[in-house]
Ligand binder design. Structure first.
Ligand SMILES: [Zn+2]
Length: 305
């Protein structure tokens, strides 16, 4: 109870200092010289922050606590595009509204970056759900959950920053290279670790880890589909239960935004524990991209060991 109260209190203080912050940030003085970036969701904001550091000011369009896959912006949500210099979106059907938002912004100086451009993509299974292709596109959008994919996305953002602010080219190049090295170090650490485990299968909330699995030779099974839509039918749940039992799955990963209750039910059913995993579609626990990826990989590795 005491702990809860102090959490409440500190979030009240945070909220207060945050609003104090935004009101001063709105004056021309404090935001002077900073490149305004509008990013659709949290992972992209993290990449833009890693490359732009203190030379950028980033707004996220999809509010925290919103399911990113289902999001449909209202006019006030895309207001920031009107005076932004750079708009970063993931593409691959994550933001089917992006093109319309760019048109609506009517901002001739806006540099739009589709962060997934140039990546080696994973096609979604046609049999999975035919209507998905129309609605979401034919590729798995979760590129940012791969450390290699993150490198591509950060590179595209870096190129846009150089274009928007050529004077600071060296600064952005340096920041990008530092971030790239950190991504590669984490990748190399887990490439080795995952080679040592026999069991390669893990179970998660929604099928967000296709690219991560490809990077490390793992395989995901999930409670909810790739677009975080729908909950499993009793038959699918029964299949998941037998899958977990056959593969001796001891951990069910759950996300804040997708099918947490079903994950708990499944865990109870097979005697597994529930662990949090980050999809980085939202700001979670105020942790950076690298902190969350490092936790994800560590937890997946521990569950397979
Ligand atoms: Zn997702």
């Amino acid at each position: 109870m005491l702990k809860k109260l102090s959490v409440l209190l500190s979030s009240a203080i945070l909220a207060f200092s945050f609003s104090a912050c935004t009101s001063s940030a709105n004056t021309a003085e404090s935001s002077e010289g900073k490149i305004k970036i509008s990013a659709t969701f949290n992972a992209l904001k993290e990449f833009a922050q890693a490359v732009g550091k203190d030379k950028v000011e980033i707004e996220t369009i999809i509010p925290d606590g919103m399911e990113a896959h289902d999001f449909e912006p209202k006019p006030q949500d895309i207001k920031s595009l009107g005076n932004a210099k750079i708009f970063v979106y993931n593409g691959l059907g994550m933001e089917s509204w992006a093109e319309d938002a760019i048109t609506a912004a009517n901002n001739k100086d806006l540099i739009a970056v589709c962060a997934s451009d140039g990546a080696d993509l994973i096609e979604t299974e046609a049999s999975e759900n035919e209507s998905n292709e129309e609605h979401h596109g034919k590729y798995d959008p979760h590129l940012w959950l791969s450390l290699k994919g993150a490198k591509t996305e950060a590179l595209n953002i870096k190129d846009a920053l150089v274009k928007a602010d050529p004077e600071n080219k060296d600064y952005y190049e340096k920041n990008f290279n530092e971030f790239k090295v950190q991504l590669e170090e984490l990748y190399n650490e887990y490439k080795e670790k995952f080679q040592t485990v026999q069991n390669k299968n893990f179970v998660t909330g929604h099928a967000a880890f296709g690219y991560l699995c490809r990077d490390f030779g793992l395989s995901q099974n999930s409670v909810s589909d790739i677009f975080a839509e729908g909950e499993p039918s009793p038959k699918q749940l029964a299949n998941l239960v037998s899958y977990c039992k056959e593969n001796n799955v001891k951990t069910i990963f759950a996300e804040e935004m997708a099918s947490t209750e079903v994950s708990k039910t499944l865990a109870n059913e097979v005697g597994a524990k529930v662990e949090t995993i980050y999809t980085i579609e939202n700001n979670e626990d105020n942790k950076t991209y690298l902190e969350r990826m490092s936790e994800n990989l560590s937890k997946i590795y521990e569950s397979l060991k």
